[in-house]
Design a binder for this molecule. Structure first.
Ligand SMILES: Nc1ncnc2c1ncn2[C@@H]1O[C@H](COP(=O)(O)OP(=O)(O)OP(=O)(O)O)[C@@H](O)[C@H]1O
Length: 271
């Protein structure tokens, strides 16, 4: 379980960009974080893995405080936090397997990492996970030979190799076509329940947030102004979050309450 309490982040002497956020996410739960550009979504996610230093507040992962950790303890905590990126963040010239195994870097010695002598158990786990997400056949291909959707699956498996206790995804579908995006969202949803993980997804595409997550959190100017189920996420919530700003809902042309048939189809095809 992830528990964020009174999280404040101020860059320099500017106004805080996170103004006292409180958010608890249970294992198995997939939460979409939505909000206009600049609302603080990425900052929030980056505070959780301490890529950004919180100004104050508490972030607990399964009861352990993250905000006060330093040095070795911070490195240990970070390996429990899997991160999935919009641009995949793969090393192109390495194979899929090598990219996947880099998820173990927090666990193996420097010597093992440099000489790529990963334990047999890691390689076995890598194959199992690659099979699970449908990329095992690409294990020896260079990462840059894969399509966007396949690359994002590599990113997902790399994160899972960390044996994470939480998954954070920062716009994981923004570089993908709509169909592939749906498949990645379905995958994240399935993995949350299979592995009993809390999953937080920053996402601009409101229709996908509504279709593929259990809960939507809406930020506006660093304050949480909506926290509810997709069914509760109505036009009023949308207007409050994007108020006057053109919302990504318009891009999808999906009526509120309506993406279920596409959802069913994608679930059927993607898992
Ligand atoms: N390193 C930084 N230094 C100073 N200000 C920053 C820094 N990173 C982000 N900000 C500011 O913090 C605010 C929130 O940014 P953040 O990237 O968290 O928003 P976001 O909701 O993720 O936006 P987007 O959807 O465009 O990615 C913005 O006003 C941004 O300019």
């Amino acid at each position: 379980m992830l528990e964020i309490s009174n999280l404040i982040k101020r860059y320099g002497h500017d106004e805080p960009v996170l103004k006292g956020l409180d958010l608890s996410v249970e294992d198995n739960s997939v939460v979409a974080i939505v909000g206009a550009s600049g609302a603080g979504k990425s900052t929030m996610l980056r505070c959780i893995n301490r890529l950004v230093e919180p100004t104050s507040g508490s972030i607990k992962l399964n009861g352990s405080e993250i905000v006060t950790l330093r040095h070795r303890d911070l490195r240990r905590a970070r390996r429990k936090i899997g991160m999935i990126f919009q641009g995949f963040n793969l090393i192109d010239r390495l194979t899929v397997m090598e990219n996947v195994l880099s998820g173990r870097l927090g666990y193996v010695s420097l010597f093992q990492a440099i000489t790529r002598r990963y334990p047999a158990a890691d390689i076995e786990r890598a194959f199992k996970l690659m099979e699970r997400v449908g990329i095992a056949q690409y294990a020896n291909k260079r990462a840059d030979e894969l399509s966007g959707g396949e690359r994002q699956r590599v990113g997902v498996v790399r994160a899972l190799m960390q044996e994470p206790e939480v998954l954070l995804a920062d716009e994981p579908t923004a570089s993908l076509d709509p169909r592939t995006s749906e498949q990645i969202m379905v995958l994240l949803q399935s993995l949350a329940s299979e592995l009993s993980l809390p999953v937080l997804i920053n996402i601009h595409n409101v229709a996908q947030a509504r279709a593929y997550t259990d809960r939507i959190v809406g930020l506006r100017h660093g304050t949480m102004i909506f926290d509810g189920t997709p069914a509760d996420f109505d036009k009023q919530a949308l207007d409050a979050i994007y108020g006057g700003i053109e919302s990504p809902e318009d891009e999808t042309a999906t009526p509120l309450g309506g993406p279920e048939s596409a959802d069913r189809e994608a679930r059927h095809d993607a898992s």
